[in-house]
Design a binder for this molecule. Structure first.
Ligand code: TYD
Length: 203
């Protein structure tokens, strides 16, 4: 049986991860003989639901507890959805994965080594696509969308998250994991073309 392919999409809020994961799934469905499987973190499972309640300000967790919840949601996601689809030979496209924790929770003051420890059981994706968009552009996009800014969406916060993403990308590459940086300020079609070219190389 064909091996599955595990692709994670990463970037700041407003970078376009959801749009590009959707476009990549359409490409896999229409242009290849493989089946796409899309999902996102935080998930809509039991742990992810608590995380979303926190992001919406309904309940409060300290940064370390939230980091543990994201790590738990990730393992649940991996075991419940990602691994079965990979075993079936599908192309699994996830909107956010461990790199989000290394960026967002790190920017929220959580220790980098401890974040690695609690995420150590979450196998790395075959390739991570990082959509590179400057924080100020992300905030403009979020505002233009009419979406409310959650706790991670203020520009200064996004600047800290962006810096943490860069460090995390270097660390991933040093660990032998594949991270591709795509200029996310290009047109939606141009970004999609670059992303699909990247994915195609793994098929
Ligand atoms: P997001 O993809 O923006 O969800 P939606 O588009 O449905 O609002 O994710 C919600 C937020 O969660 C986003 O600001 C990033 C944050 N996040 C973390 O802080 N750590 C993580 O490990 C993950 C997966 C997400």
């Amino acid at each position: 049986m064909t091996d599955g392919l595990f692709v994670a999409f990463e970037g700041l809020d407003g970078a376009g991860t959801t749009t590009q994961a959707r476009r990549a799934a359409a490409f896999v469905a229409d242009e290849t003989d493989r089946s796409p499987a899309r999902s996102a973190e935080p998930t809509d499972g039991p742990v992810g639901t608590q995380i979303r309640r926190c992001l919406e300000g309904e309940i409060e967790f300290d940064p370390e507890t939230l980091a543990l919840l994201f790590a738990a949601d990730r393992l649940d996601h991996l075991h419940r959805e990602i691994e079965p689809r990979l075993e079936a030979g599908d192309v699994v496209l996830v909107d956010r994965y461990s790199l989000s924790s290394f960026a967002y929770q790190r920017a929220d003051g959580v220790d980098a080594d401890w974040l690695r420890t609690i995420n150590a059981r979450a196998r790395p994706p075959d390739v991570t696509v990082f959509l590179d968009v400057p924080p100020a552009v992300c905030v403009e996009r979020i505002t233009a969308d009419g979406r409310g800014a959650d706790r991670f969406e203020r520009v200064e916060t996004l600047e800290a998250v962006d810096a943490a993403y860069r460090e995390a990308i270097d660390a991933e590459r040093e660990a032998g994991n594949d991270v591709r940086v795509v200029d996310g300020t290009q047109s939606e079609n141009a970004v999609a073309d670059e992303v699909t070219a990247t994915i195609e190389r793994f098929l």
